[in-house]
Design a protein around this ligand. Structure first.
Ligand SMILES: Cc1cc2nc3c(=O)[nH]c(=O)nc-3n(C[C@H](O)[C@H](O)[C@H](O)COP(=O)(O)OP(=O)(O)OC[C@H]3O[C@@H](n4cnc5c(N)ncnc54)[C@H](O)[C@@H]3O)c2cc1C
Length: 301
């Protein structure tokens, strides 16, 4: 049941800043597919909800193609991501994650900004965005700032518990994400495990990019996982190990699987999958993803 709350819809960034300075506590509303679920279930009470969809001067709903990359407004929804031809071609893992995200209705509503700012470890956008090294752009009462997504995610220890969130201060919002293009001869993919019944976030997921795939000496890897640590995360040791190998033989892949299984740190007590399952399956996902990229890429939808 919803407890009463005040609704606001500022029309400009300045109105957003003025308004949020007067509110003791508030939540930003984008698509509402996380926020309203939490409020309705009583997991999060908030008296003030600030809808950012009417802010006109920030182009929050737009996808802009730039010479060196792509800029996603924070209110870009998963249908836009799924159907954008350049995202499918150049940011294939992101396209593939949008294909399996929720259902059509959720994809029409759910935004990439909400997906990231909600900081769920298994969120579809988390691991896929991380392999593209995006920059998060933020605006607020102290001006504008930006930072890599890996730094935007924040985990802190409080009384023996890991608390996760994002590096936003009161009076700030995410305006957009900048994703640089991968070099030519690079490719990426996304695979997840999910429960078979109903519609759900991943039980665990993995995104992989192979950079300069054709030249073994130059080949680099970017690997990120979801729901295998408190937040979506990269696996630098596995990336370095694979980059140092001349071939991707089955022995090398088995060794990489063992490394990622050791590095994975899923939280105990997840309702979606056990720690043992996640540790086992993150290795399987890595192997599948490598085979998918090395032996020819096929789209999931
Ligand atoms: C039936 C169902 C199925 C789902 N399936 C999936 C799934 O398969 N995969 C998946 O990843 N998720 C899934 N979700 C979760 C959800 O849809 C996504 O996380 C979605 O991307 C959240 O975006 P939103 O715009 O709805 O965010 P909101 O609910 O509006 O906001 C989420 C949080 O982010 C903050 N926020 C939003 N935008 C900004 C911004 N620009 N700046 C600062 N803070 C901001 C809000 O204050 C809030 O705390 C599902 C949800 C439902 C209800």
């Amino acid at each position: 049941m919803f407890l009463p709350f005040q609704y606001y819809d500022p029309g400009t960034l300045q109105e957003f800043i003025n308004l949020t300075q007067t509110l003791p506590n508030y939540q930003i509303l984008a698509g509402g597919t996380d926020l309203f679920v939490k409020m309705r279930n009583g997991w999060q009470h908030c008296e003030h909800v600030v809808d950012i969809k009417k802010i006109r001067d920030l182009q929050l709903q737009q996808i802009n193609i730039l010479p060196n990359g792509i800029e996603l407004g924070s209110l870009v929804n998963f249908t836009q991501i799924q159907t954008h031809p350049l995202i499918q071609q150049k940011f294939t893992a992101l396209h593939e994650s949008a294909c399996v995200m929720g259902c059509r209705e959720i994809r029409n509503r759910a935004t990439i900004g909400g997906n990231i700012c909600n900081a769920a470890s298994g969120a579809e956008g988390g691991s896929t965005m991380l392999i593209f090294d995006p920059i998060v752009h933020i605006a607020g009462k102290d001006g504008r700032r930006s930072m890599p997504l890996a730094e935007f995610y924040q985990a802190t220890e409080e009384r023996g518990k890991t608390k996760v969130g994002v590096a936003l201060k009161p009076g700030e919002l995410v305006t957009h994400f900048f994703l640089p293009f991968l070099p030519a001869k690079s490719n990426s993919t996304y695979i997840r495990r999910s429960r078979t019944q109903g519609m759900d976030l991943s039980s665990l997921n993995l995104a992989l990019a192979i950079i300069d795939a054709d030249i073994p000496e130059n080949r680099r890897f970017r690997i990120a996982g979801g729901a295998v640590a408190p937040l979506p995360c990269r696996f630098p040791k596995v990336e370095e190990f694979l980059a140092s190998q001349a071939t991707l033989s089955s022995e090398v892949i088995q060794a990489a699987k063992r490394l990622i299984q050791e590095a994975a740190n899923p939280r105990a007590g997840s309702k979606r999958a056990s720690v043992a399952y996640k540790k086992d399956q993150i290795g399987e996902l890595l192997e599948q993803a490598i085979h998918k990229l090395v032996n020819g890429h096929s789209c999931c939808c």
